[in-house]
Design a binder for this molecule. Structure first.
Ligand code: PHB
Length: 386
C-alpha cells in the first residue's frame, strides 16, 4: 500500500474552498489474497504470500498494489464466503490464491459470474482449467494432472510394475491419483490397491501403510501436502516399510522437508519446481530469497512470486481494471525460476517442465537432487470452452 507520505507527495491537490482532495498519481490495483492462514495448509498460504510480496517489492511497485488478505482455512464454504467479501465489500480488482482444489471448486461459479480475475497460485483442480474453465481463472501453479500424469508414465518406463496409492479423501487427492493411475496403467503398470484417508484428520497412517506393504506392490505412490505430508513421511520412516515411497513432489517440499527428517531420504517425486535447478534465473531467485528469508524457497514461494510477476505484466499490458487484467493474463510468458513458462490460452493453465527429483542428504541438510526433466507439459483441453 502506498505510504501516506508518498501518496501526498505524488498527489495532485485540488483546492475546493476549505476542503482539499488528494488524487493519487495513478490508481491502485486492489488485490485480494485468498489463502489458508490456519489449518493443515497454513504454511503453504504464508509461503505463497511471501513469494507474491517479494515479486512486487523487487519490482519497486508496492505503491501500486493495495493488498487485502483473507483466510480460507482450506475449507470450501469459508473460501466462497471470503471470495464474496473480497469482491462485493472490498471491491478488489483481482484475487490471487487458493491452495485447496476444494476451495477453488466452491469459488468457481462466483468468480466467473462476478467477472473478477483469479490468478490461481496453487490449487490444482483439473476442472478449473478443464470443463469448468473460465476466462477469469488463470493458473500459474500447476494442475493435478500435469504433476502426476508424467510421473505415471515415467515410473512404468523405469521398471516399476505395481503400485499402491494413498491420498487424502478430497478432490485434489482423487484427481492426483486418477491422473497418475491412468498414465501408469496406460504405460503397462498395474495398481495393486488404493486408499483415501480422511482429509486433514488422519493422525495414524499405520493401517494404510500396512495395507500398502502387504499388497506386495513394487512402490507406494502418494499425494500429501503440508501437515499431512510431514505426518505421513515420519510414520513411513518409523514403520520401517521396505516398499519404496514415490509421490507428487509436495510430499517432500523444501518448505517442510526438514521437519520430516531422515525418513524423507530416498523419496522420489515429481514437481514443477525444485530450488536446486541449475539455471541463472533460478540462482538469482534463490539468492534473493535466501537474503530475505534465510531459507531455501519452495514451489509455493515460486507460485506466489510468479503470480506477482504475471499480475504486474497483465496490468502493464492491459491496465488495472478487471476485464483488462483477465484479458492480458493468458498472454504472459517468460523464463522464471522454474524454467520457461507460458499460459495456454485454450485452457488458461500453465505450460511448464515437470522435474523428477530425489530427496538426499547434502552438506547443509536435506536437499533435492534432479533425476529427470519432462519438458513443457501441457494439459489436454478436456472440455474447456472459453
Ligand atoms: C490442492 O488442493 O489442489 C493442493 C493442495 C496442496 C498442494 C497441492 C495441491 O500442495
Amino acid at each position: 500500500m502506498k505510504s501516506l507520505f508518498a501518496k501526498m507527495a505524488m498527489a495532485t491537490t485540488l483546492g475546493l474552498g476549505m476542503v482539499s482532495v488528494q488524487l493519487p498519481a495513478h490508481a491502485d490495483t486492489k488485490v485480494g489474497l485468498i489463502l489458508p492462514y490456519t489449518g493443515t495448509y497454513a504454511a503453504l498460504g504464508n509461503a505463497i504470500t511471501d513469494g507474491f510480496n517479494m515479486a512486487i517489492e523487487e519490482a519497486g511497485r508496492t505503491d501500486e498494489f493495495s493488498i487485502v488478505t483473507e483466510d480460507t482455512e482450506a475449507k470450501p464454504p469459508v473460501g466462497l464466503a471470503k471470495a464474496r467479501k473480497l469482491v462485493l465489500q472490498d471491491k478488489v480488482d483481482v484475487m490471487v490464491g487458493v491452495v485447496s482444489s476444494g476451495v477453488l471448486g466452491a469459488m468457481r461459479d462466483f468468480v466467473h459470474q462476478s467477472q473478477t480475475p483469479l490468478i490461481v497460485a496453487n490449487a490444482g483442480n483439473n476442472l478449473a482449467t478443464g470443463e469448468n474453465c473460465s476466462p477469469y481463472i488463470v493458473r500459474v501453479s500447476f494442475s493435478n494432472g500435469q504433476i502426476n500424469r508424467p510421473m505415471g508414465t515415467w515410473m512404468a518406463e523405469n521398471g516399476i510394475k505395481t503400485v499402491y496409492t494413498l491420498a487424502p479423501d478430497y478432490s485434489a487427492g482423487h484427481q492426483m491419483i486418477e491422473s497418475f493411475s491412468a498414465a501408469f496403467t496406460a504405460a503397462g503398470g498395474e495398481i495393486a490397491g488404493s486408499d483415501f484417508t480422511p482429509f486433514g484428520q488422519t493422525k495414524d497412517f499405520g493401517p494404510y501403510l500396512t495395507n500398502a506393504q502387504s499388497s506386495g506392490a513394487d512402490a507406494i505412490f502418494v499425494f500429501y501436502a503440508g501437515g499431512g505430508a510431514i505426518n505421513f513421511v515420519k510414520q513411513y520412516g518409523s514403520f520401517d516399510i521396505k516398499t519404496p515411497l514415490y509421490g507428487s513432489g509436495f510430499l517432500t517440499s523444501p518448505l517442510y522437508v526438514a521437519a520430516e527428517g531422515d525418513a524423507a531420504i530416498g523419496v522420489r517425486a515429481s514437481l514443477h519446481y525444485i530450488p536446486t535447478l541449475d539455471t541463472p534465473e533460478n540462482k538469482a531467485f534463490v539468492d534473493a530469497f535466501m537474503a530475505k528469508h534465510g531459507t531455501m524457497p519452495s514451489e509455493y514461494s515460486v507460485q506466489g512470486y510468479d503470480a506477482g510477476l504475471a499480475l504486474m505484466a497483465a496490468v502493464d499490458a492491459g491496465g488495472a481494471d478487471k476485464k483488462n487484467i483477465a484479458a492480458a493474463l493468458p498472454n504472459v510468458s517468460y523464463v522464471g525460476p522454474r524454467g520457461a513458462l507460458e499460459i495456454d490460452p485454450a485452457t488458461n493453465n500453465i505450460v511448464q517442465n515437470i522435474y523428477v527429483y530425489d530427496t538426499v542428504m547434502g552438506d547443509d541438510g536435506l536437499t533435492q537432487k534432479l533425476i529427470d526433466t519432462i519438458p513443457s507439459v501441457r494439459d489436454d483441453v478436456a472440455g474447456c470452452q472459453m
